[in-house]
Design a protein around this ligand. Sequence first.
Ligand SMILES: Nc1ncnc2c1ncn2[C@@H]1O[C@H](COP(=O)(O)OP(=O)(O)O)[C@@H](O)[C@H]1O
Ligand SMILES: [Mg+2]
Length: 594
Amino acid sequence: MSAIHRLSDLLINQIAAGEVVERPASVLKEVLENALDAGARAIEVHLEEGGVRRLKVSDDGDGMGPEDLPLAIERHATSKIATLDDLEQVATLGFRGEALAAIAAVSRLRVTSRAHGAPQAWSISSDRRDVAPAALNHGTVVDVADLYFNTPARRKFLKSESTEFAHCADVFRRTALVRHAVGFQLTHNGRVVHRLPPADPRRRVAALLGDEFLAEARELDTQAGAVRLWGLAALPAHAKANRDSQFFFVNGRFVRDKLLAHAAREAYADVLHGSRHPAYVLFLQTDPAAVDVNVHPAKTEVRFREARAIHQFVFHALNRCLADPTAGVLPTEEVAASIREAPTTPFHATVDSSRWAAPSRQTPLLMESANRAYFDFVAPSPQLADGSSAPPPPPAHEADDTPPLGFALAQLHGVYILAQNSAGLVLVDMHAAHERILYERLKTVLDGDPTIQRLLIPAVLALGPADFAAAEEHAPVLQQLGFDTAPIGPQEIIVRSVPALLGDAPIADLVRSLLGELREFPASQVVTARRNELLATMACHGAVRAHRRLTLPEMNALLRDMERCDRIDQCNHGRPTWRAMSLQELDRLFLRGQ
Ligand SMILES: Nc1ncnc2c1ncn2[C@@H]1O[C@H](COP(=O)(O)OP(=O)(O)O)[C@@H](O)[C@H]1O
Ligand SMILES: [Mg+2]
């Protein structure tokens, strides 16, 4: 007797549902995409209890005839592609033919539809699967009730009603952002949350992101060959504390794409403080054959055939839009040329390095440092602020004892530390250097047990629905990072501990920033995929702010820490943390001995 047997269709679909429709928001995404693929001009969404109890979407699209209804809820049945060629050119949002089948397998589904011009409507339900006459004027109604009623394991993963609703609302907003000409309405538990008439792109953006965003943003529209990037990018001064206002669409599809996000971040890098996030709504249009959307069942990841060229294109288009206040629309030729050149020089390489010696790793920076507790630097006692108690820097001729980065002389405009080493002058960007040190140290927090600091007075944070949802979902990750958090109200959490390295950081801002980052990714991927970004965020918040007066001992402690720190020569954003100028170079500057 064989031990192998075929799985039932129901079970196959239930397994698939784990990938395609893992929560109400993903059901909503699929059903909305079907409505749009059917050419709907008006779409209404009704949710009850976060979409778990009921998720109903009505559209006025092409509809389906009675012969199509059983196929619609069958696996691998689609009207959108037929051949591999079609797949490579796919212009519809759906094409895998598995969403409705998966939804039918894990809920009580009813689809009612009336094909365009047909005398009447028909309906099918997941439990009986026979087609019966129904009443409907036009389009399609997809009615999903009791999601996961028959898959208790999956139901256990659902979060609170407000969390599930927050995810649904995100999906709704993204869809409405990109399809501005379609009217949308969203109700939750009978309350209208959004009512969006068809609008031009600017008005739709304003309706969803607020008039302020529109006022703060610059418009761009750039084309190079078959690639076009257009949309709105907020000026750096209006950056946000989280990534809520970052929307990238590729060929009408909302994506979370590392390549595009990176290109955008680079374009803002020089003009944005590290803990701030740019705000933008950008639409990238390319030949469908140049981008593979079939990377993941949820289709939020894409793969570009010309990844590097796309990166350069997005970077340049955005960078120029931000740099030049008069730049709205760029001439095609110019951008096309910039792509061909495809300079690999990073943005920060524009610093004139001819005069300032770049830090060299040939000089080993490792050396025994003053035995000063690091934490003292993070939290200096204010009474030391005059620095009078600091030992004077040793004279230059004691060259042998001088550490590589020398001894601090003074703080310049609250931003730079001036130090003297045996060769001459050292200049240090205090925030950038400290941030780097923290970043490197925080890595050890994730590698082992974090040294945590219990807060004497726990911090209570009021959060928006999306942040609250993230706090609930990512509590284990936060724990791993050293933050002990728990919900204490419908929109409030309590923070009981933080990593000891960050004992003095502004906790509320820090946690909100982290939540913003965490929301970007499914819980399972966060620590592996986002580890460094999370640490960078923590480091940035923990690092000493510009214009904080430092005492000479504090400055010297920082210099010594820098010498011990790996990869200190560049800050987390790739800019140098320090520069040196030798006495000879200074002499030349003053034409001495010439
Ligand atoms: N709202 C709708 N209006 C018209 N047809 C629909 C609608 N929803 C689904 N369909 C039909 O059902 C089929 C199966 O849908 P689905 O399972 O989401 O797969 P896919 O969208 O990948 O084709 C679609 O190809 C389409 O023909
Ligand atoms: Mg579909």
